[in-house]
Structures are given as structure tokens and as C-alpha cells.
Design a protein around this ligand. Sequence first.
Ligand code: ZN
Length: 98
Amino acid sequence: MNVIVCRARYFTIRRIWSCPTCKTRRRMVFHDEAWYGTTMTCCHCGDSWQDGELYPRPNQRDWRKEAAAKATAEWNAAGPYDRAAHRAWLAAETGADL
Ligand SMILES: [Zn+2]
């Protein structure tokens, strides 16, 4: 019998972080992806960065509002950072035995 385990492709971490666009500390949602590095999104301006590189901004009205709302929802859902859960996720994702 095959058991298929579904899990998130990334681990969500919430942090207060300095936003390069807002030029101040903001609530930021981090997505840690085992093989792709970390993406962060500002809950205020909606800009995203992958490993420090600014994501292309969508050419569409109200994208900032939508991106910020989505990031805020993820921030709220993420809860306080749980190092043990993060390590367990990373170990499962990479097959490493930490
Ligand atoms: Zn920002």
C-alpha cells in the first residue's frame, strides 16, 4: 500500500524585518523552500524578494493591496516561529537526518 504524504512545498516564517521598499521595519512573511532558497514578502507594500533580489512587480492595478493582504493572512496563519517544526519540515523535505 502506498501512502502519499502531502505537505507544503515551503515553510512559512513570520518576522519583523527591514523592508527595502518601505525603508522601515515591517511584518514580513518568509517562505523557506528547501531547494530554492528563501522568499520574503512585505505585509505592508506587498513587494517580494528572493534571496535579496526584488521580484518583478505585476503590471496590474491594486497588486500591492492584494499581495499585502495575502502576506498578512499568511503572517496571521503562521503563528510564532517554531524552530523544531522548521527543522522537522526541512529534514522531511531534504531527506536529511538532522
Ligand atoms: Zn514594504
